[in-house]
Design a protein around this ligand. Structure first.
Ligand SMILES: N[C@@H](CCC(=O)N[C@@H](CS)C(=O)NCC(=O)O)C(=O)O
Length: 218
């Protein structure tokens, strides 16, 4: 049985969870895992991150790799189109969303979500890089109604978890939501949130965030 290990506050864990639910794959979940650089954890997840998956006694790290494995192992309800160029267009969107938006916005997270600080120069550099990512997303996103076209794909799994974080972190850091530069983005994220799989994962994330906040208060 496929097992997803991580925690439900993680956008990368939740991206895989959405794909599992959308595809109707039977799975187990260990959502009590904590990322760490300790040897025993690194033996399970070599970068010390979540999520990782356990499959027939083997482990897989990197959410993108895990999703590709799921597409190969469970071809029912595919989340990638059949035609090579269309498949590449989905992966292109995932790359822009993760490499040029989420990973860039992540440089703000410590300051905006966890009480850390960020130097003005670093904040300016993040804004410049984010503008490029937003420009690329605007050029590539189709919203027809899904981000890569008519069907729900892996790019929607990525967008559902990452775009709200880009929105919130830029609002908190700069007083303006960078995603507003793409007028279709907000209605699109809302539409995704109405899908049962995404709604279920969002509810799990909210509960996990509340539990985390309650623990931090103690
Ligand atoms: N490229 C990785 C990113 C995973 C990632 O950044 N996970 C975060 C949680 S959202 C994490 O484990 N952070 C802890 C750390 O980096 O030490 C993937 O796609 O799985």
């Amino acid at each position: 049985m496929f097992k997803l290990c991580g925690f439900r506050v993680s956008n990368y864990h939740n991206k895989v969870l959405i794909a599992l639910l959308e595809k109707g794959v039977a799975f187990e979940e260990d959502f009590t895992v904590t990322p760490s650089q300790k040897d025993d954890y690194l033996a399970r997840s070599p970068m010390g991150k979540v999520p990782y998956a356990e499959v027939n006694g083997a482990r897989l790290c990197e959410s993108g790799v895990i999703l590709e494995y799921l597409e190969d192992a469970y071809p029912q309800k595919p989340l990638l189109p059949g035609e090579p160029l269309a498949r590449a267009k989905v992966r292109e969107l995932v790359t822009v969303i993760e490499l040029h938006l989420e990973l860039v916005a992540r440089r703000l997270y410590s300051a905006v979500f966890f009480g850390g600080t960020i130097a003005d120069a670093a904040k300016d550099a993040v804004a410049k890089d984010l503008e490029k990512g937003i420009h690329a997303l605007k050029a590539l996103a189709r919203f027809e109604p899904f981000i890569a076209g008519k069907g729900f794909t892996l790019a929607d799994c990525a967008a559902a978890v990452h775009l709200p974080l880009v929105s919130l972190s830029t609002k908190l850091a700069y007083g303006r939501d960078f995603l507003d530069a793409i007028p279709q983005a907000k209605p699109y994220v809302k539409m995704l949130g109405e899908r049962p799989a995404v709604a279920q994962v969002n509810a799990g994330r909210k509960a996990a965030q509340e539990a985390m906040a309650a623990r931090a208060k103690k």
